[in-house]
Design a protein. Sequence first.
Length: 453
Amino acid sequence: MIRNRLFVLVASAATVGTSMLVACGDAEPRAVSGDVSDAAEESDGSFPPVDHDAGMLDADAARSTPDYDASDEPIVCTTTPCATQLVAGWGYFCALLSDGTVRCWGSDDLGSLGRGETDGVGAEGSRPMPVVGITNATQISASPMGYSTCARNAEGRVQCWGANTFGQLGLQVSPALVDEAAHPTPADVALTTEIARVDVGPKSVCALGTNGNVYCWGSNDRGLLARPEAGTSDSSDYYGPGLADVRNYDVTRIVAGSESVFGLTRDRQLLGWGMVTGRDSSLVFGAPSPLPTLSDVTSVATSGFFHCAIAGGNVYCWGWNLFGQLGTGFPGDERLPALARIVTDGGVFPQQLALAMTRSCVRMTDGTVQCCGDDPLMLGRGDAGTLTSVYERATVLEEHAVQVAMNDGYGATTCALVQGGKIMCWGGNTVGKLGQGTTDWDAHPIPVAVVLE
């Protein structure tokens, strides 16, 4: 069967400014909750055959929404220091601690570790250390495809540090301040409104005000900012913090990629704007509007090249699929959201998504993690395997995961914040992303605890 295709031209994985060339064919449409039982028969040899296990979610299971708590699981601290949130940048990770401080480790490119001075890529970055000047943070955000991080504090103020190549630090309103310099010291975003939440993308940032408004800044490439005065301009147009037009939708969370932005609403609709937004008009740079193929959405994530959402207790993915990272069991790209195959035996359901360039993971309600896609030791199976085009359990992680984050910069690494407040990481450690105070080129398929002391 021929399916809708999304052809993606991917440049070097080592550059954040990677671009995509998108074209939609006139192929036969793929049903959002279509039958995936013929995955093995449809395989073209690019992936191992799919095991039709009874525990795999199928199309029949997708027709009804299960009754389960899809909200984020809180951390109950049993260790000191205690991490309460985990985010990933391009070559680094940051953790929010229970005392309101933030610690980052890995690559310090463009001041991404927030240490007040740039150490570059080296052993110093492998030691998790506090971000200077951050003392009462309540929420942090970063993009796996970017070098910028922002923190929201208890007073509703937002501070950002790292790269400002697209004006994503929001240093002034007009004209937007854009530069190639490192910004290792957190600086206030030029907002006078109290902020409830901030969400960072690789080229743009959006913040949710306590007044219900959405404010966005950075690059307006493909209309990322949803700013009426900006229109749908090219990537050379940058804007400081300003009011976005989300058409009166009550947005609670925003996830931004390099060419697409998604917003979750309080009534669990998924809004999309920019490019590749999982609808028939994906190539039109339009105003925020709901994706008609998804409802009851509780989580969304983007890698910049593909996107996934949890809707009605199921995982749906669309976009680029060269490594099987959509988890559908098929080798082809998907223009519209397609049902992914996850293991649901035992009454467990998906709760949180994490994506990198060539793989995806989902945290389940029982604290287990399932992953699919490329497997350079990062999917948590304990050894280097072949590509997997359906979600499989990360069996090496024995602790109860609460959040998962992963990135690709300087080697692929996956980390999980586990119940109690520890962070466990596995994968690449060339710039110290395992948080051990060391760097090496060895494979690390078994999780180790990040040293936060």
